[in-house]
Design a protein. Structure first.
Length: 68
């Protein structure tokens, strides 16, 4: 259910907002990977969640560009 609400939120945003969110998610993923490599990351499941969110954002962007 949480991912459905996240998708609805993504679909209401503009392409520019989605691009900004994509950049932020990629930065977060980099930081999580860095923390994981240095054994500072407690919640390793967050990496998987962020990767899926990046894929969701990219999917919505692709759908928006195809609809134009």
């Amino acid at each position: 259910m949480k991912s459905n609400q996240y998708l609805k939120d993504l679909r209401t945003k503009s392409a520019a907002e989605l691009e900004q969110e994509l950049v932020a998610a990629k930065k977060e993923l980099f930081n999580l990977r860095f923390q994981n490599a240095t054994n500072q990351l407690d919640n390793t499941g967050r990496i998987k969640e962020v990767r899926k969110n990046i894929a969701r954002i990219q999917t919505v962007l692709t759908q928006m560009k195809a609809a134009e």
